[in-house]
Design a protein around this ligand. Structure first.
Ligand code: UDP
Length: 312
């Protein structure tokens, strides 16, 4: 199949592109390269921005796609609270421009990288897809709003969507050729690795007085290769079933910040300095996924996501 991948040069995008190519799909990436890396992909790349209607329309004029995977979004929670306009404009208007271009060129299947951030502080654990949606960040709000926009494009124009609500993406390709490469880096696992490598003097844990067994936040860390395989499954589902749906994409197991730090100490053999700092605003105590829906409907299983995964 010929697939357009927006944001395909980014972290999750580039791993998904690699898996799509491996599975024999033809892929074109559309990316503004603000955060993406062109070295991370080995398929045609169109450098452009979704806020530029002409740029995105031209891509559809040149080639006929069977489906779109839409990753291109700003994704920093902290920045979204300082600069909400940038997030609403890019994540929503950019996405609308994409949908309008799809409609104009009769492309009617889209997989959207959504987020568990739309659940905010979940009332029940593990978090199910029908949990109440009360985002506590502008970033999470944009994901929720775009899911609503997608529902209208389905109802009005028959553009079918699958919304993949990721939990915490982590990990890299098994040969180490691509991985997480953000500037600035804000995510726990790469930051702790940088500390183990001696690139940072110490690792700060953002609060240890949460309502969890060891007092630190619990999250569901899902390996980027497992996320990539979930995208391939959802694409097949869209093609075969032609039905919209949404799925949690998590492992179903939560680990605390302390468990992550201890595991990286053990694996690296480096006993780096760890300090307890203040809480980071907007962090829920614990979030992990009920992934029974995606397991059942897409027959998907995480393969690489255990904290203690051993390569064989
Ligand atoms: N965290 C931390 N120290 C850091 C970075 C993150 O203690 O230097 C914690 C953060 O408070 C959260 C967890 O690690 O509980 C995961 O944070 P991350 O930013 O990686 O992902 P998020 O859950 O915010 O999407």
């Amino acid at each position: 199949m010929k697939i357009l991948v927006t944001g395909g040069a980014g972290y999750i995008g580039s791993h998904t592109v690699a898996e799509l190519l491996k599975a024999g799909h033809e892929v074109v990436v559309f990316d503004n390269l603000l955060y993406g890396h062109k070295e991370s992909i080995s398929c045609p790349l169109v450098v452009g921005d979704l806020l530029n209607k002409e740029e995105i329309n031209q891509v559809f004029e040149k080639e006929k796609f069977e489906g779109v995977i839409h990753f291109a979004n700003y994704a920093l929670v902290g920045e979204s609270m300082k600069n909400p306009g940038k997030y609403f404009e890019s994540n929503l208007q950019g996405g609308i421009n994409l949908l309008d271009a799809m409609k104009a060129h009769v492309v009617n299947k889209i997989v959207f990288s959504s987020s568990c951030a739309q659940y905010g502080f979940p009332e029940k654990l593990p978090v199910r897809e029908d949990e109440s949606k009360k985002p506590v960040s502008v970033y999470g709000e944009t994901k929720l709003l775009f899911e609503r926009i997608l529902a209208w494009y389905d109802k009005l124009f028959g553009i079918k969507n699958i919304c993949m609500r990721y939990f915490n993406a982590a990990g890299a390709s098994l040969d180490g050729s691509i991985g997480e490469d953000h500037t600035p880096e804000t995510h726990l696992i790469p930051l702790v690795m940088q500390t183990a490598l001696g690139q940072k003097e110490k690792q700060i844990i953002f609060g240890d007085d949460y309502q969890t067994p060891d007092g630190t936040n619990i999250r569901d860390y899902i390996h980027v290769l497992d996320l990539a395989s979930a995208h391939l499954r959802s694409l097949d589902y869209l093609i075969n079933e032609n039905k919209s749906d949404n799925f949690n994409v998590g492992t179903g197991t939560g680990y605390s910040v302390k468990q992550i730090v201890e595991t990286i100490k053990k694996i690296s053999g480096v006993d780096f300095l760890v300090e307890i700092g203040p809480r980071r605003p907007g962090d829920p105590d614990a979030v992990w996924a009920d992934n029974s829906k995606i397991k059942k409907i897409l027959s998907w299983e995480p393969r690489y996501s255990s904290l203690h995964h051993q390569r064989n």
